[in-house]
Write a protein that binds this ligand. Sequence first.
Ligand code: SF4
Ligand code: SF4
Length: 208
Amino acid sequence: MKEIVVAGPMLHRLSRIYEEMETEYNRVAVQLGFSCEGCPDNCCDSYFEHHTYAEWSYLWLGFRHLPAEEQQEILLRAEAYQRACEDALAREERPQVMCPLNRQGRCILYPYRLMVCRTHGVPATMTRPDGRRLRFPGCFRCQELVAGQYQNEEGVLCVERTPLLRQLAMLENDLLAGRRHLYPKIRLTIAQMLLQGPPSIPVPHCER
Ligand code: SF4
Ligand code: SF4
């Protein structure tokens, strides 16, 4: 097995995508007059799965910077998180468990957090590769704000995720040397990404 490492120009590209996400998020948040300031909730207990080796590797880049003791403690929390999620799913409920990277309301790996963590909050739209249009209403607080002030027949002010996701998909394909379709699809929680170790793929015969 060979570890997939997002580094050099790929790392630069991923940082640029995240910067663009942040700019778009802030543009919408400012126009809506929305912020997380004073929120009684913490959406780091929302259940999300993640889909790219690139982000998985980036998460590990941050995780490796943590002291060994802290890593161990997070892995224990990740195990508990995963068990709680599996229990909820077995009851056919959507899990609501605090992310193992959240400590006292704050993200331990904030600069390394994943795309979903960066885009949750304000309303967003995206077009899937099959052409289906999806709308995300934003978090409960933002939904209240939007419903009160900004709903119209053309939809609310929102982040268009499609170009950002397209860039991420292209980066993912380049990271996997154009062979993305050959590798297992990923559908992992952050806890699973931590518990499984950094991403790795089988070494092709020609490279052995
Ligand atoms: S995104 Fe919404 S729910 Fe999450 S902390 Fe911010 S205001 Fe609260
Ligand atoms: S990675 Fe950080 S921002 Fe994302 S859910 Fe976990 S604690 Fe929250």
